[in-house]
Design a protein around this ligand. Structure first.
Ligand code: HDE
Length: 713
């Protein structure tokens, strides 16, 4: 292994492991050239296969062992390479070099994932998304194993296996896949008041993102920054997408799961291939250690956020994903993250969930990747050469020269030496710890409802309705009425109206619950959850509503152009040019995959036919101008398909632009332009129709008109 001096050498390091099978001869794994890859070695051309056929045996044996265990959680993933650039130094707070030198670029590999589903499940499950980042820093790998929601279901690692068992398919029949809408999940949740804040996030549209590039990322736990002087600050990590935070509708998510279950994976891949690199602002919330007790919740409690109104997020860097992996298995599947992969200047807090994670991730890699040498897989290698006395084990790659594999030693000249702190040696932050050995939750973790309320109250009206409907969908799948009732009782602690609305739809009454306090011992005399529930200072936080993240850009949006023969070429090209100049993608949808002719005679090859795709795969639709094209779209063969396209897009509150001459299409659809002012419906008589269209796409959806739109016809 070479000894890279600069982080850019990570690329060279990965490159040196790549092979391309171009213009080469087929070989066995021993490098022997193969002359026949069609037939096994037999005793006569109709005789039995010979055991001697080492080429066949090698090929089949390798094939038989191609699969490795999928991740217990976060099995379904998509990854990309990129770079983290520091724009503002954090050196007053941390001595981590990649966070100190302004302008410093650190290579990264990011893996996004769903949590509950198997490796082959849909991208559009209602679920938390993993957002795990490996920074290949000059001081060693730093992993920030984050999620797209800032809190978690449980407060203590002890409950993680229970949570995961409850959400995974039920053990008797392995149903349902990649879904929380079933008995065991809600049974567990309804008995776990500490999960209520997270449930609000999970039932919000954050759980059905439009793309990975439009999700926020959160470190969840409080971590610690340590500066050169040894002073410590608590820190919360944030990634804010440059494109804003956007989601799809639940109805859409269900349709996408059928039409394109790789919707997120594809979007990430295609955006990067096109050069529309997903980007996030990286920010931190910093809290001096001495202010630890100034909040009305415990900073160590992972079911709590620090509201941005109380501690603003300071933006200091940019994360950009700019390169697709060459090989899914070698990179995205074999990448091994661990919250315990640290660099000097960053340390853990005593969050009991984080503390448990520190054990779990090495353990899981051992069973998944099968060897303590998983750090030697190219995607996991540090840019620094590894020097230590560990040796051997399955699939060892490093060839260490010399006799010595112990320390202290004199034979090897004492090498390798321990590094002093001044030489970048890692030292854990010194913290005075004393306490009685005890299995108990801290009383400071006891308020489970204030921040659930804070989240719910901070949502816009359409977001609240979506959240309500998500709960109705999920709880309607729960077959045991007692569980539905208990869950409604929990919701009642968050918002009475929410509980009543859900109760009415899931066939139960709202009842006042009395909950045993699970986190305190059975004989504890303190704190009854209901009577001593504390109100957080903050009752509204604008940062929690996705509506407030909308950015004035259409970058990365996918616009479907529906057209048939005779479409107006000039109008089509003008709009296409305009949309593409703002980095949106245009894809042609036609009655079939056969080329369509514009009014000027140009032949265009559609990417989709009306029956091979659906409106849910697009952010907006342009119904191409031209009477001839419109009439063909309305002929009996196409009519139902095209109207379904338009009506569905309308239902999901998307922008639709009816080009000149397409009036019969909207008159036949559910879209009404008469007596109806709808900012996302554009026609050729509008003033600057293409600008209106672009503006509507940039606003994502007109959720405010959802009820009105869906009431039509
Ligand atoms: Fe994980 N988690 N987790 N987790 N987690 C894993 O490690 C675990 C938690 C997160 O793309 C596993 O390599 C425990 C919180 C992500 O490869 C496993 C607890 C957060 C990923 C594991 C938690 C996460 C994982 C499975 C509670 C957000 C995917 C495969 C104590 C901050 C990483 C693996 C990737 C993966 C354990 C809770 C994020 C089993 C025990 C909180 C993004 O080790």
């Amino acid at each position: 292994m070479n000894d890279p001096k600069s982080t850019n050498e990570k690329l060279d390091q990965l490159e040196s492991h790549k092979t391309a099978n171009e213009e080469t001869k087929l070989t066995t794994n021993q490098g022997l050239k193969i002359s026949n890859n069609q037939d096994s070695l037999k005793a006569g051309d109709r005789g039995p296969t010979l055991l001697e056929d080492f080429i066949l045996r090698e090929k089949i044996t390798h094939f038989d062992h191609e699969r490795i265990p999928e991740r217990i959680v976060h099995a379904r993933g998509s990854g990309a390479h990129g770079v983290f650039k520091l724009n503002k130094s954090l050196s007053p707070y941390t001595k981590a070099k990649f966070l100190s030198e302004v302008g410093k670029e650190t290579p990264v590999f990011v893996r996004f994932s769903t949590v509950a589903g198997s490796k082959g499940s849909t991208d559009l499950a209602r679920d938390v998304r993993g957002f795990a980042i490996k920074f290949y820093t000059d001081e060693g790998n730093y992993d920030l194993v984050a999620n797209n929601m800032p809190v978690f279901f449980i407060q203590d690692a002890m409950k993680f296996p229970d949570l995961v068992h409850a959400v995974k398919p039920e053990p008797d029949n392995e149903i349902p896949q990649a879904a929380s809408a079933h008995d065991t999940f809600w049974d567990f949740i309804s008995l776990m008041p500490e999960s209520m804040h997270m449930i609000m996030w999970l039932m919000s549209d954050r759980a059905i993102p439009r793309s990975f590039s439009r999700m926020e990322g959160f470190g969840v736990h409080s971590f610690k920054f340590i500066n050169e002087e040894g002073k410590s600050h608590f820190v919360k990590f944030h990634f804010k997408p440059k494109l804003g935070v956007h989601s799809v509708a639940w109805d859409e998510a269900q349709r996408i799961s059928g039409v394109d279950p790789d919707f997120h994976k594809r979007d990430l891949w295609e955006s990067i291939e096109k050069g529309n690199f997903p980007e996030w602002d990286f920010g931190v919330q910093l809290i001096p250690e001495e202010d630890e007790d100034k909040f009305d919740f415990d900073l160590l409690d992972p079911t709590k956020i620090v509201p941005e109104e109380e501690v603003p997020v300071e933006i200091v860097g940019t994360l950009t994903l700019n390169r697709n992996p060459d090989n899914f298995f070698a990179e995205t599947e074999q990448v091994a993250f661990h919250p315990g992969h640290l660099v000097p200047g960053i340390d853990f807090s005593n969050d009991p969930l984080l503390q448990g994670r520190l054990f779990s991730y090495t353990d899981t890699q051992l069973s998944r990747l099968g060897s303590p040498n998983f750090h030697e897989i190219p995607i996991n290698r540090s840019v620094n050469t590894v020097h230590n006395n560990q040796r051997d084990g399955h699939m060892r790659q490093q060839i260490v020269k010399g006799k010595v594999s112990y320390e202290p030693n004199s034979i090897g000249g004492g090498c390798p030496f321990q590094a002093m702190m001044s030489e970048g040696g890692f030292t854990s932050h010194e913290e005075r710890v004393s306490g009685t050995k005890i299995r108990q939750r801290s009383e400071s973790f006891v308020d489970h409802y204030s921040q659930a309320k804070l989240f719910y109250n901070s949502q816009s009206a359409p977001e609240k309705i979506h959240l309500q409907n998500a709960l109705i969908f999920e709880l309607s799948k729960v077959t045991i009425p007692e569980i539905r009732k208990r869950m409604v009782g929990q919701l009642n602690f968050i918002d009475k109206n929410l509980a009543e609305k859900v109760a009415a739809k899931v066939g139960v009454e709202v009842t006042e619950l009395e909950f045993p306090n699970q986190s305190l011992p059975a004989d504890s005399t303190h704190v009854d959850l209901q009577s001593e529930e504390r109100e957080a200072h903050t009752t509204f936080s604008g940062a929690l509503s996705m509506r407030n993240t909308v950015k004035n850009t259409i970058e990365g949006r996918k616009i479907g152009f529906i057209m048939a023969d005779g479409a107006d070429e000039t109008a089509l090209n003008d709009l296409k040019t305009k949309l593409e100049s703002e980095n949106a993608a245009v894809e042609i949808i036609a009655p079939s995959l056969a080329p369509v002719k514009t009014d000027a005679g140009t032949s265009l090859t559609p990417k989709h036919s009306l029956s091979s795709t659906a409106s849910v795969c697009f952010d907006a639709l342009f119904i191409a101008a031209g009477e001839k094209s419109a009439n063909e779209l309305l002929n009996p063969e196409n009519k139902q398909l095209v109207l379904h396209f338009i009506n569905e897009a309308y239902k999901h509150c998307k922008a639709i632009y009816f080009g000149e001459g397409t009036e019969p299409l909207y008159l036949n659809s559910n879209v009404s332009l008469k007596n109806h002012i709808d900012p996302a419906i554009v026609n050729s008589e509008d003033e600057s129709p293409s600008d209106k269209f672009i503006n509507a796409i940039a606003n994502h959806r007109v959720w405010d008109l959802e009820l009105e739109r869906n009431a039509i016809k």
